[in-house]
Design a protein around this ligand. Structure first.
Ligand SMILES: [Zn+2]
Length: 257
């Protein structure tokens, strides 16, 4: 399926997790459906709480049921041109019973999502702690919040004492219960607030930008899902640090318990 064609002319999806990352279920309506054989389908809804695979965050999974008796087991979620597309298998009912306007209820698999939220927030906090520990701005190259979980930073690998200082600051930051605040701004305003953010070079441009600020840390433009308070991250476990093969960056592996 050509995703570009599928989302053509559709309005941007209302991202429920942008205003509330804790929404586990939601109601909306279908704006487009494209069957993939008889038992699989691509489904676009007006609003969605499902987070697509993007920005290092794995795709949410879950299910969408329609008021016409069809259940889609959502395996993958994609985002293109600000439109969220759910892809999955039909486990109940018949695809012909879904059309534009059909009312749906979505439910996301919360355990995996909450784990991603905790790791994601831990990663942002670590960007900041590393900056403080090394005295140099952190520039993230990429990240992955699944298994394994890591953030890759541009530059030379810091020495052991800087890393242990960053880990210590991270653990303190979690213990302090720092608040995580979200605000929405224009692209221009985002540049004023967050020009030095660690991920600035990797950001897709949009008219509506979301800024996430962990209390006391640098604001970060980010569309992902985060916890409200760093206490929720739980126990931060630094695993290892590895230089990338080209020697241009280093990767910090961690977990949360
Ligand atoms: Zn984020």
């Amino acid at each position: 399926m050509d995703l570009k064609l599928l989302v053509k002319d559709l309005p941007r999806t209302e991202l429920i997790y942008w205003t509330d990352s804790y929404t586990k279920s939601f109601e909306s309506e279908v704006v487009r459906v494209a069957p993939d054989g008889r038992k699989k389908a691509y489904l676009v809804t007006k609003a969605s709480a499902f987070h697509a695979k993007s920005g290092g965050q794995p795709s949410d999974t879950g299910k969408i049921t329609t008021d016409s008796g069809v259940t889609l087991d959502v395996k993958k979620v994609m985002m293109l041109n600000e439109v969220v597309t759910h892809y999955g298998s039909v486990t109940e009912g018949d695809l012909v019973k879904i059309q534009a306007g059909t009312k749906v209820k979505g439910e996301i698999n919360w355990i995996e999502r909450y784990s991603a939220m905790r790791k994601h927030t831990a990663g942002h906090l670590f960007d900041y702690c590393l900056e403080v520990a090394t005295g140099k701005p952190s520039k993230t190259v990429d990240s992955w919040l699944g298994e394994p979980c890591y953030v890759t930073y541009a530059g030379k690998t810091p020495d052991e004492s800087a890393i242990s200082k960053a880990v210590k600051l991270e653990i303190e930051g979690i213990r302090k219960g720092l608040l995580v605040r979200v605000e929405f701004v224009s692209y221009e305003r985002m540049l004023e607030i967050a020009r030095d953010a660690p991920n600035i070079a990797r950001l897709p441009k949009s008219n509506l930008m979301r800024i996430v600020t962990i209390e006391g840390c640098r604001p970060i433009p980010c569309g992902g899902t985060h916890v409200r308070n760093t206490k929720e991250i739980g126990e931060f476990q630094f695993q290892k640090i590895e230089k990338t093969p080209d020697g241009e960056a280093f990767r910090v592996y961690f977990g949360v318990e």
